[in-house]
Design a protein around this ligand. Structure first.
Ligand code: MRU
Length: 349
């Protein structure tokens, strides 16, 4: 499904969406093709959605959770009445093994399991599950809005900001987390300029954050990840803001690989380092970051660019998708509820 086919859905040249649920189908923007092509894919298959999550066609912690919620509802769209439990459980199992680090996936799966078990005798369990998936989606839209609003508290002046990976509309149900701190600040005249780390190996910064900054007319430059220290040394960064895939009770934060390097660089140069995330990204079951499972990606993602080989097959590769930034390196954590400062304790949040 190409962008041109979506004109009836109100999309103009500058508009885009990460996912939607239309005519009982899940529609998503294939992010692996951005920014050169905007290709939307429509499916009613939960397995295709699981595949999209694995391939990073849809990605970003909150968006992964929302996609899984819709996938679980769709698993029962055409299931025969005597098979619902069996089909639902297989879909849960399939989606649970797509990506291990973002806790939003497991939050959404748990919510859908609760809805299923309290309504399993309903004549229209598909509609019941779909309603809960839409609520999870809408809740995230509102959480993003509040993160943007709470983020205004961290601006001390019109600022130049550095960010890593992608945390905008392409990563969430709403306008983003760290990205929405930037966007909301920009709308209030508080953002001078944004540096976007390219974010090796899959280039979410170069391909996705730049795409979103441009769509919002926010002035920016992309830089190689390794430029961050030099940029900070020159005094060109007022603060760093990034997203999160999982936050432990003590504030240790898993996010895209390279975030930890950035936090060390920021602390060394006395640049404030913020994390922005919805409360659904806080994992209340874990005391600290040692318990976070880090996803490792396949070697092709490092040794190829755009399916073009840039190194021999024989090389071995170390490719964690995420790292954990210790809480003491994080100046503040902006959530939909408030801005929190070190030392963190999210037990009662
Ligand atoms: O591998 P990805 O692209 O899913 O990684 C995404 C990130 O690390 C984001 O920073 C994080 O999920 C926060 S998205 C609001």
């Amino acid at each position: 499904m190409k962008n041109s086919n979506l004109s009836g859905r109100g999309l103009s040249g500058t508009d885009y969406f990460s996912l939607d649920f239309v005519n009982d189908n899940f529609v998503f923007l294939n992010q692996t093709k951005l920014p050169l092509s905007e290709i939307y894919i429509e499916t009613e298959s939960y397995d295709r959605i699981a595949e999209a999550i694995e391939r990073l066609e849809v990605r970003g912690a909150p968006l992964i959770g929302i996609s899984a919620a819709y996938a679980l509802a769709l698993s029962l769209k055409n299931a025969s009445a005597n098979k619902t439990e069996e089909v639902f459980n297989s879909a849960v199992e399939r989606l649970s093994r797509t990506r291990p680090t973002a806790v939003n996936l497991f939050y959404a799966i748990e919510e859908m399991k609760k809805t299923f078990s309290t309504n399993k005798d309903s004549k229209d369990i598909y509609s019941v599950l779909l309603k809960r998936a839409k609520e999870i989606h809408n809740e995230d839209i509102e959480k993003c809005r509040r993160i943007g609003e709470n983020g205004l508290k961290i601006f001390r002046k019109k600022s130049t900001i550095l960010t890593h990976c992608n945390t905008g509309k392409l990563a969430t149900g709403g306008e983003g987390t760290a990205f929405n701190v930037i966007k909301t600040g920009f709308e209030k005249g508080l953002v001078e300029f944004v540096y976007a780390d390219e974010t090796r190996p899959l280039l979410q910064g170069l391909r996705l954050t730049s795409f979103e900054l441009e769509k919002n007319s926010i002035p920016f430059a992309v830089q190689s990840d390794s430029s961050a220290a030099a940029l900070m040394k020159e005094g060109k960064v007022d603060f760093v803001v990034v997203g999160a895939d999982r936050i432990a009770l003590n504030g240790d934060t898993a996010n895209k690989i390279g975030t930890y390097n950035l936090a060390i660089n920021a602390n060394f140069h006395n640049v404030p380092f913020y994390v922005a995330a919805p409360t659904t990204t806080i994992d209340k079951k874990i005391a600290n970051g040692d318990e976070i499972k880090i996803e490792f990606r396949s070697k092709n993602e490092l040794t190829s660019i755009n399916e073009q080989k840039i190194a021999p097959e024989t090389y071995s590769v170390y490719s964690p998708a995420f790292d954990v930034t210790p809480a003491h390196l994080i100046t503040g954590i902006i959530t939909d509820k408030d801005v929190y400062f070190f030392p963190y304790n999210f037990l009662n949040e």
